[in-house]
Design a protein around this ligand. Structure first.
Ligand SMILES: C[S@@+](CC[C@H](N)C(=O)[O-])C[C@H]1O[C@@H](n2cnc3c(N)ncnc32)[C@H](O)[C@@H]1O
Length: 225
């Protein structure tokens, strides 16, 4: 099982994901083995991509990458850094980037929290997408949720003034806890925004399943003030 870099924002050993050994198809494996210039490896150094004047967006936990592809095609002048730990999804996104000759995306297969902590400069991000984060349903697992106070603080430090954090969830109790968290007085002084109508974004596997199962999807957009 792959080792992930240590992080400081969450308690020792706490990860917002569960490392999974999943079946990988030949084409996913081929894309992972032949990433060309489309991947960035984790290192304890600030990102050297894109150029400083290019708007940089993060897609944290991109799944199979359909949202990243959608955003990257819609904004070809901007740069998108897509981060996930799930190798088959990394293969899917890399395959599509090759096939569609999309050049404004880079892919990282690592813990996004470590990337935010060590590779992203303060006040540098134009925006962050966290779409359908793992809900970690049981109360004893809430410490593994990516939307929690220490990650809000980290995200606030990395997003540029006027930049946004876009979150979508299909779990009502998670949506409720996100609303409550951002409603805290200290967070209200740092962020503005809240629930919004579903914006133009791709329909991901998770959203499709949620809708089939009758769950309501909530989109939030918070802007750093
Ligand atoms: C429920 S899936 C949603 C995937 C995708 N956003 C979608 O809407 O289809 C959550 C994803 O987040 C990833 N993830 C969770 N925590 C992460 C972290 N700290 N760094 C990178 N990826 C993470 C998981 O591996 C998983 O692929």
């Amino acid at each position: 099982m792959e080792e992930f870099p240590p992080t400081k924002s969450l308690g020792r050993g706490i990860r917002t994901f569960k490392p999974r050994r999943s079946r990988i198809t030949k084409s996913q494996q081929f894309a992972v083995d032949n990433p060309k210039e489309l991947t960035i490896l984790y290192q304890d150094e600030l990102l050297a991509w894109p150029t400083p004047t290019t708007a940089l967006y993060l897609d944290i936990g991109f799944g199979n990458g359909v949202s990243t592809l959608h955003f990257a095609e819609a904004e070809p002048q901007a740069a998108f850094l897509a981060i996930d730990v799930h190798t088959p999804g990394v293969g899917d996104l890399l395959s599509e980037l090759h096939t569609q000759k999309i050049t404004n995306v880079r892919v990282m297969e690592t813990d996004a929290i470590a990337v935010l902590e060590n590779m992203v400069a303060p006040n540098s991000l134009a925006g962050v997408y966290t779409l359908f984060p793992d809900p970690w349903q049981k109360a004893r697992h809430h410490k593994r949720r990516i939307i929690q106070q220490s990650i809000l603080d980290l995200m606030h430090s990395r997003i540029a003034l006027g930049g946004f954090w876009h979150i979508a969830t299909d779990w009502a109790h998670y949506a409720q806890s996100i609303s409550e968290l951002f409603a805290q007085p200290s967070n209200q002084m740092q962020w503005t925004g809240g629930e919004i109508n579903r914006p133009d974004r791709a329909l991901t596997r998770y959203e499709a399943r949620a809708t089939d199962e009758g769950r309501v999807v909530t989109d939030f957009r918070f802007t750093k003030i």
